[in-house]
Ligand binder design. Structure first.
Ligand SMILES: Nc1ncnc2c1ncn2[C@@H]1O[C@H](COP(=O)(O)OP(=O)(O)O)[C@@H](O)[C@H]1O
Ligand SMILES: [Mg+2]
Length: 145
């Protein structure tokens, strides 16, 4: 993906997510792939935005970097003005839990939980109880914490 793909900049004032001069190169040497080439783009809060492009053009790579799921080779990304590269793994996990909803192409659901429990898992004030000991529920269930 090159900057030309990402030139449609929103006019709204509140920026939810921003990528700045992001480059992502997978692999090394002759086998390396430049998935993103110096991308700068921002997405306004309260808007729906579609990223379109052919298969292999870097859409998923950009989404993963802007969601804090992967790190760019160069450049930076921010969510709600928080620079992701400055965060430790624990802080990044918290930010993703609290600020990011991400539907993976391959779902990545927890197979031991029901669909509802998978959805409820990251919700504040809820926790999933599992267990097989005396008094434990025969199947995991969601309860208020
Ligand atoms: N983990 C990876 N390792 C090596 N190359 C990758 C990896 N992920 C994606 N790529 C390559 O990066 C390019 C962009 O891929 P991707 O972001 O998945 O594109 P899209 O989502 O637009 O189909 C493709 O050439 C793809 O093969
Ligand atoms: Mg993809």
């Amino acid at each position: 993906m090159t900057s030309a793909v990402a030139e449609s900049q929103p006019t709204a004032t509140t920026v939810a997510v921003r990528a700045e001069e992001v480059t992502k190169i997978y692999g090394v040497g002759e086998a390396s792939v430049r998935a993103l080439n110096d991308i700068t783009v921002e997405f306004a809060a309260g808007h729906y935005t579609a990223i379109m492009g052919p298969s292999g053009s870097g859409k998923s790579t950009l989404m993963h970097i802007m969601a804090g799921l992967d790190k760019p080779t160069a450049g930076s990304a921010s969510i709600d003005g928080v620079a992701l590269e400055g965060l430790g793994e624990r802080e990044l996990t918290r930010l993703r839990r609290d600020r990011v909803g991400f539907v993976f192409q391959a779902y990545n659901l927890l197979p031991t939980l029901s669909a509802a429990e998978n959805v409820a898992l990251p919700l504040p004030g809820l926790r999933v109880i599992t267990g097989t000991g005396a008094g434990a529920s025969p199947s995991p269930h969601v309860t208020c914490a």
